[in-house]
Ligand binder design. Structure first.
Ligand code: AMP
Length: 603
């Protein structure tokens, strides 16, 4: 298939707001693609060259893309840059200039195949060292010459790392089912495979071959990250015992989660959002190599900063300083990390996902040769107690909190590891849950309003945030935040938002007309929000239910949505993907807890 055909699909999907139509459109596209093309087309649709964990990145700077354009179209730089400043979207401006050139018959597009464009982009991502910049500019310039205006628009968004067509990976899985069966009935099979092997390209390739058996047989593999299991939450030891009975309790460390893959001396580390972060943590890589006892394993743990002088753990704000791309060696010395292992997913080549937790835990203990000395080892085992006594749990919790930790994790002894799923097999009990709403909520930034008065200088006065509704696969709003940020934070917010701004409301957003914003932002930025309370509001769409009005003219609010009272920004959560933000179900549970409402009440 020609890339220009694919660009037409990009455009159709981008304009569409119905999830069902997007699913059908994708299914139609999969039908038309060949086996060789389907994976590449999917990566391009997601704005990448491979799955999420593929470290190859395009992310060219705007400056370089402008240089390529100038070279390709022989246009005046100042005219082009002026127009870009007016429009704010390089893809669109390029499309406009190419259209003009086409009318004057200046360029006859070569109309390359998807595979040709993809291969050029791979070359672009690989170029490094001396001369890499001019190589990239030349290559992109010839691509711009070869492609038609619409294709150019999307090509540029891809190379800038800014293509967000507005659908989730789950929609692609639905579309694969639709492609094979004309309905969504195969989605559970695809989803299960995706959770242990989150490579949409590979799954699509097998679907294209019609090899459903192979998809069902997909197993975890070392060096392919598994989507991580998530925890439910409760706010007392009593509730935990009621839910789990005798269970395993571990401290909850407030650092960041790593999934460690090891085979024959090679280590790879993956973050929660499946990024390959091996290069960032050479101390952990060394520690694993030194301390592991088998040839092949996948395990998980929480990395946390440790101060060898005081012998205490560092708060999250300090630990995250280690998430950086530069000055890594310096940071290793200044801020050493400890990795507390708590999960085993694969042992000597055998998948442990289906085994009960107690078995995984016992094997995990055999995975390392450890002295148990925090000053000597880098990898340590998360300690545990096994109990069904709420008092003992409460004491363990208090103890953890007094050590500066976040709280505890309670784990079902017989629970299996369910990739990508939030389950009662794991329950978190954090220090802030015990009283009113002091727990934080992870939200997606959906758009912002331009500033008025003093704020006009920042160009941002308030931002709209939302949570995720699993049922509808949409983002729904819970707050518009206009206070509580430092000047520095406002600037940072504006900068981040502008990288993902878009003219129209993304299809995945469900927003009341009263909550519209001046600038929409594509699903990309996750923030952690602290609020005083969850209240109800008819203008927020999280958990809101509508019914036909008496006149029948329009829908009216039946049950108001959930809203946050006094919301404020805690931090940016770069480690979470948009779909990983707090869900409506969780918000409803938190609301219920604080208000002491029963399950029967209409919420
Ligand atoms: P939260 O991010 O608040 O949803 O809490 C779940 C996270 O707690 C996990 O993703 C881990 O990063 C972290 N965590 C810290 N200690 C543990 C532990 N002992 N077991 C499991 N997860 C832990």
């Amino acid at each position: 298939m020609k890339f220009s055909r694919l660009a037409e699909y990009f455009s159709k999907i981008e304009k569409e707001s119905s999830r069902l139509v997007i699913t059908e459109t994708l299914a139609e596209l999969f039908k038309k693609l060949s086996e060789e093309e389907v994976d590449k087309a999917i990566y391009l649709l997601t704005g990448r060259l491979g799955p999420l964990y593929d470290p190859r990145e395009l992310g060219l700077a705007e400056k370089s893309v402008i240089s390529s354009t100038i070279q390709a179209l022989s246009v005046d730089r100042s005219i082009f840059v002026k127009r870009f400043k007016e429009v704010g979207d390089l893809g669109e401006v390029l499309q406009e200039f190419k259209e003009k050139g086409r009318q004057q018959l200046l360029w006859a597009p070569k109309d390359p195949e998807i595979i040709e464009v993809y291969e050029d982009l791979v070359k672009l991502s690989k170029a490094e060292g001396e001369g890499a910049m001019s190589f990239k500019i030349n290559l992109l310039s010839s691509l711009i010459q070869a492609l038609d205006p619409l294709s150019c628009k999307y090509l540029v968004r891809i190379v800038l790392g800014k293509l967000r067509l507005g659908f989730s990976d789950m929609t692609i899985l639905d579309a694969l089912s639709w492609f094979l069966k004309g309905d969504k009935s195969l989605r559970p099979i695809f989803e299960k495979a995706y959770h242990v092997y989150p490579d949409l390209g590979k799954i699509a390739y097998l679907a294209k071959k019609g090899d459903l058996k192979a998809i069902e047989r997909i197993k975890p593999e070392v060096f392919t990250p598994i989507i991580m299991m998530r925890a439910e939450r409760l706010s007392s030891a009593k509730e935990i015992v009621e839910k789990l009975g005798e269970c395993i309790i571990e401290p909850k460390y407030d650092g960041f989660r790593l999934q460690v893959h090891y085979k024959n001396g090679q280590v790879k580390l993956f973050s929660r959002n499946l990024e390959d972060v091996t290069f960032m943590y050479p101390d952990i890589v060394e520690g694993v190599k030194k301390e592991i006892t088998v040839k092949e394993a996948i395990f998980e743990g929480e990395a946390i900063g440790f101060d060898p002088h005081s012998g205490s753990f560092l708060p999250f704000q300090e630990t995250v300083q280690r998430k950086r791309k530069y000055d890594i060696e310096k940071m290793v010395k200044e801020l050493p990390l400890k990795l507390f292992a708590f999960e085993l997913l694969l042992f000597k080549g055998e998948s442990y996902l289906e085994k009960p937790f107690i078995e995984r835990r016992r094997k995990l203990e055999k995975l390392f040769k450890l002295t148990g000395d925090i000053f000597k080892d880098t990898v340590l085992l998360a300690p545990e107690i096994i109990t069904s006594d709420p008092e003992e749990i409460e004491l363990y919790f208090e103890d953890a909190v007094s050590k500066g930790l976040e709280g505890i994790m309670a784990k079902r002894k017989e629970g299996v590891y369910k990739p990508g799923v939030r389950e009662w097999n794991w329950i978190k009990y954090k220090r802030s849950y015990s009283s009113k709403l002091e727990d934080t909520i992870d939200c997606l930034v959906m758009g912002y309003d331009l500033g008025k008065g003093k704020r006009a200088g920042f160009g941002i006065g308030a931002f709209l945030v939302g949570v995720y509704d699993n049922k509808s696969d949409k983002f729904v709003t819970v707050a518009k935040i206009g206070t509580g940020l430092t000047d520095e934070e406002w600037r940072e917010m504006k900068k981040r938002c502008d990288q993902f701004k878009t003219k129209t409301k993304p299809a995945l957003y469900d927003v009341d007309k009263n909550m519209k914003v001046d600038v929409w932002v594509k699903p990309a930025i996750v923030v952690e929000i602290l609020a005083d309370e969850i209240t109800r509001s008819p203008v927020h769409t999280a958990g809101r239910k509508l019914k036909p009005s008496k006149t029948g003219a329009a829908l009216e609010v039946d049950v108001p949505g959930f809203a946050l009272r006094f919301p404020r920004l805690v931090r940016f959560r770069d480690d979470k993907r948009p779909e990983e933000v707090t869900t409506v179900v969780e918000i409803r549970e938190m609301y219920r807890k604080v208000k002491g409402k029963s399950k029967k009440e209409k919420l």
